[in-house]
Design a protein around this ligand. Structure first.
Ligand code: ME8
Length: 522
């Protein structure tokens, strides 16, 4: 069978300020999926990057009294630093100011739209929100302001190139409804379909402007054949998903291998650009659409979307230095729903950290290693068939139909792993992580059921079978944690010291724990 490929992207982030926990969420969610797909053998390409053109950047640079290139270079360096600190495993970081890598793809896409007869010149008169880098209608304002940025839009009247977005509404709608172009969650499909349908049949979408006149500072990609216009920043930015793969350059091999994207991750703030403009561009250029958009909710702070312009941001660096990056990755993976909004507080973070990492996982690892060391000098021999059943699971015959098999290895193979893979491959990373903590719960229960610390006084052989079962379970916990908490996964693998990568007859040569995996915080 041909190797499966997996192409995953994040939005490219505006290089106008530091990334906060909202962006961090997108990055971690995407990274967990990329690492998961690598771990199951998919040929994976994971893209992130920075969006560096547009008025927003020019104005922010002016405020700091430096040129836009120097300004974005500075911010991108910080972005990349954070990405490294978080352990994000992207294969490429695309920058829209990169004239060799990005510009050829953006221009090629423009030419393709032109060839399809979908670009024409016109006059735009209306409102523009700099925060959104987007035209905005009166209807969308709340008290005269953009509801996302809490700022008044600017009045604009200018000559632009327009793209015939209206032409593609019906086709996008058809592809959404028949599932060829998937958006998760489904409620977002309904939102886009009703936008396309509008109030009277298929007339919801107008055409959109895709260029802006070049102003005082020539910061952007010149519109092909007309240097008086710059490509509209969203048109420039969306093309990163293919320019990154070499589209438009003389080496399009990655484009041929990896496009269409298997999943594109984004927040709900930029759904319309990705669910209308992006597929319309691709349809016009006769390029296949991405298979799926996964649209996550907002990280709120004080009840409002965490955002640079609202000034209510929490910094990921604070959590990393206080708790470690794996703790932050854990929280973002398991403790929030990928599709709903959620509020982050320092108190909740600490509570969850203590309960599930310091106590739950950390405690189990340290107890097990101590017993292995104390009773067996760290060398624990056994096999899967000798591990006794978890007593409290013996009644669960209807689930497994086999009482004798209700031991840890059996439960892992027949229940835990299938459910873990089902959720992870459906991008339900919070549910995938829940399954890991279910196993941790089983292992704790196993200790409660057999009390090996007492049993060891009367039956050393039986105790060894129990500890072996615990180590076997922990090794599996470690493996399942690879995409979510890569550092912890590696530590667990080393600490349990299994003699073979394969399952059933390993000898565990455990290592002593020099310090707890997760120190309790009070
Ligand atoms: O929109 N909660 O860039 P951006 C959850 N450059 N996610 C959040 C968030 C929050 N409070 N705040 C930001 C842009 N995000 C464009 C994208 S793509 C071709 C161009 C995340 O820096 C979320 O993924 O404003 C959101 O969609 C993205 O950052 C917006 O980042």
């Amino acid at each position: 069978m041909a190797e499966k490929k997996f192409y995953i992207t994040t939005p490219i982030f505006y290089a106008n300020a530091e990334l906060h926990l909202g962006h961090t969420y997108t990055l971690v969610l995407s990274d967990v999926l990329a690492r998961y797909h690598r771990s199951i053998g998919d040929k994976t390409f994971f893209l992130t990057g920075s969006d560096e053109h547009g008025d927003k950047i020019v104005r922010a640079a002016q405020k700091e009294d430096i040129g836009p290139q120097a300004f974005v270079n500075k911010n991108v360096a910080k972005m990349q630093e954070l990405i490294k600190e978080l352990g994000i495993s992207n294969d490429l970081f695309i920058r829209t100011s990169n004239q060799e890598h990005h510009w050829p793809g953006a221009k090629k896409l423009w030419h393709a739209l032109e060839e399809a007869g979908d670009i024409y010149k016109g006059t735009y008169k209306g409102l523009y929100c700099i925060g959104c880098e987007s035209f905005i209608t009166e209807k969308e304002l709340v008290n005269g302001k953009c509801p996302l940025h809490d700022t008044e839009p600017e009045h604009i009247e200018e000559e632009n190139y327009f793209f015939k977005l209206s032409k593609y509404g019906p086709e996008i709608k058809r592809l959404l409804l028949n599932g060829e172009f998937k958006i998760t969650p489904q409620s977002r499909v309904n939102e886009i379909v009703s936008l396309i349908s509008g109030a009277n049949g298929e007339s919801g979408l107008g055409d959109v402007s895709i260029s802006r006149p070049e102003r005082a500072i020539p910061w952007g990609i010149p519109a092909p054949n007309d240097p008086t216009q710059l490509m509209y920043v969203w048109c420039d930015a969306l093309s990163n998903y293919i320019s990154a793969l070499g589209y438009g350059t003389d080496n399009e091999e990655n484009f041929r291998t990896f496009w269409p994207a298997d999943i594109q991750i984004l927040g709900k703030d930029i759904l319309r650009f990705h669910a209308l403009l992006w597929p319309a561009f691709l349809l016009s250029a006769r390029i296949p659409l991405p298979r799926e958009l996964l649209v996550h909710g907002f990280v709120n702070s004080g009840g409002k979307k965490m955002s640079k312009s609202l000034g209510n941001v929490l910094s990921p660096g604070e959590f990393i230095s206080e708790y470690g990056r794996d703790a932050l990755r854990y929280y973002l993976t398991r403790e929030v729903s990928p599709v709903e909004d959620w509020d982050l507080t320092r108190e909740k973070f600490k509570e969850v950290y203590n309960a599930n990492l310091a106590n739950g996982l950390g405690n189990l690892v340290s107890r097990t290693l101590k017993m292995a060391e104390q009773y067996f000098g760290g060398v624990v021999t056994g096999d899967a068939t000798r591990v006794p059943s978890i007593k409290s699971k013996m009644s669960a015959v209807e689930t497994f139909g086999d009482i004798a098999g209700m031991n840890i290895p059996y439960i892992i193979t027949n229940d835990i792993l299938p459910r873990y893979h089902k959720h992870m491959s459906a991008s339900e990373i919070n549910k995938g992580a829940d399954v890991i903590w279910e196993l941790i719960g089983h292992l704790d229960q196993f200790v409660t059921d057999y009390e090996p610390f007492k049993l060891v006084k009367t039956d050393k052989k039986a105790t060894e079978a129990i500890i072996w079962g615990l180590l076997y379970g922990l090794r599996e916990v470690g493996r399942m944690l690879v995409p979510i908490m890569p550092d912890t996964a590696e530590k667990i693998e080393i600490l349990v010291g299994a003699s073979s990568a394969l399952a059933d007859e390993a000898v565990f040569n455990t290592k002593a724990l020099t310090e707890p995996l997760f120190k309790r915080r009070d």
